[in-house]
Design a protein around this ligand. Structure first.
Ligand code: FAD
Length: 371
């Protein structure tokens, strides 16, 4: 069987590329190893620019309203009680249960003609002649191009020699609780070496995610959702009698670097393309806008043999989006590392919330593609 586009991984990035490709008339298959709609450790807060990208994909209206909650902005809160909050200037963000996001993306993908193979694990790949041969546990598929959307660890990125070893020791973990959201913002609680992200994810459901730096927690301490929650007494009190609504899921190490996003008949997208950290909650937005850039280029690039050269505009677009995301993610990571600076900065921002609002407008709302 030959497809013009084969996508390894049916997460948000893979499905978004598939929708973009199939809507342009390209025969497209998604190979996803999970047997059902994949769930994953995620804070589940989509920034306003990501919400607009979902609208452009034709997915926003398909989201189960019971599994999403618009949020007005971001609130930072720290150990000494100081806080600063600001609203987005240009429409809300959206807390979305991952399974609902995946279901809506899947529905839209099937509607535009994507073939979804699930469960189906990609176990090998090589370019031979004018085809990318994609080996799966169910047989081999021939494609004009393989899009690797296989997540942080991306074996395809490694096989292509595009992996740059990283020493990052940041991890994430999350769980949901049946408790009505108590803020119209996504709240970020700061403590030494750990942050907690509280995101509304549907009526009566709140998601709590922790991000932590393993090198900054006491050596030998066993890290679990419960042990991280203990570091946030105010949050722990709120959740004391709340019923869990999901099993705990973790991910990491988070930092991943790819040398580039391209090789002949291969493109990387989503977390597989490189990731700094979840600290600014931009992974999904980055995945959607990158998918858009790649999708727009695919018909022409395939006509030219999907060479690295014909795909080069994708690399340029990706770098533009990624630079901006990485700059802010690294800046906020610096704050998380330097506790005294972070405490002082938060006090300053609390006294000048307009500055926080302006920062938020720049980071979370602007269309990355417009830069
Ligand atoms: C703790 C945490 C909190 C986060 N919070 C936020 C947030 O609030 N907002 C935000 O925007 N982003 C957040 N992110 C980032 C976001 O979750 C990712 O950027 C996003 O999931 C990337 O999507 P993806 O499709 O690239 O990868 P994934 O979602 O990881 O999907 C990859 C898919 O590939 C499949 N796969 C893997 N290998 C194979 C194979 N060999 N064959 C077939 N299929 C395969 C997997 O089953 C999976 O479905 C967070 C991340 C973490 C870890």
């Amino acid at each position: 069987v030959r497809f013009e586009v084969a996508v390894a991984g049916g997460g948000p990035a893979g499905l978004a590329v598939a929708i973009q490709a199939a809507s342009r008339g390209l025969s497209t298959i998604v190979l996803e190893r999970a047997s059902a709609v994949p769930d994953k450790a995620c804070g589940e807060g989509l920034m306003p620019a990501g919400v607009r990208a979902l609208e452009r994909l034709g997915v926003r209206d398909r989201l189960d309203p019971g599994a999403c909650s618009p949020f007005a902005g971001i609130r930072y809160e720290q150990e000494d009680g100081a806080f600063v909050e600001a609203r987005f200037r240009d429409g809300p963000g959206l807390g979305i249960r991952r399974t609902a996001l995946a279901a809506a993306l899947t529905e839209r993908a099937l509607e535009v003609g994507v073939v979804l193979e699930r469960p189906c694990s990609v176990i090998g790949n090589e370019v031979r002649g004018d085809a990318h041969l994609v080996r799966t546990d169910g047989g081999t598929i021939e494609a004009g191009i393989l899009v690797a959307a296989d997540g942080l660890a991306s074996p395809i990125r490694a096989r292509a020699g595009l992996d740059v070893p990283e020493r990052g020791r940041r991890f994430g973990i999350r769980q949901h609780f049946l408790v009505a959201p108590w803020s119209e913002h996504v709240s970020v609680h700061w403590a030494e070496g750990v942050e907690a992200y509280v995101t509304p994810a549907g009526a009566g459901r709140t998601g709590v995610a922790f991000l932590w730096d393993a090198s900054r927690l006491p050596q030998g301490e066993k890290t679990s959702f419960a042990s991280l929650l203990e570091r946030f007494p105010v949050l722990a009190a709120r959740l004391a009698s709340a019923v869990p609504d999901s099993t705990v899921r973790g991910a990491g190490p988070l930092a991943r670097t790819a040398r580039r996003r391209l090789a002949p008949r291969l493109a990387l997208v989503g977390d597989a393309a490189g990731y700094v950290d979840a600290i600014t909650g931009e992974g999904l937005t980055l995945a959607f806008v990158s998918a858009e850039a790649l999708g727009a280029l695919l018909p022409r690039a395939l006509g030219q043999g999907a060479t690295a050269r014909s795909l080069a505009p994708y690399e340029r677009a990706f770098r533009r989006h990624f630079r901006r995301y990485a700059f802010f993610a690294r800046a906020v990571l610096l704050l998380s590392r330097h506790v005294l600076v972070r405490r002082r900065a938060l006090h300053l921002l609390a006294a000048a919330p307009w500055a926080f609002e302006a920062m938020l407008a720049f980071v979370a709302e602007s269309e990355p593609s417009a830069r």
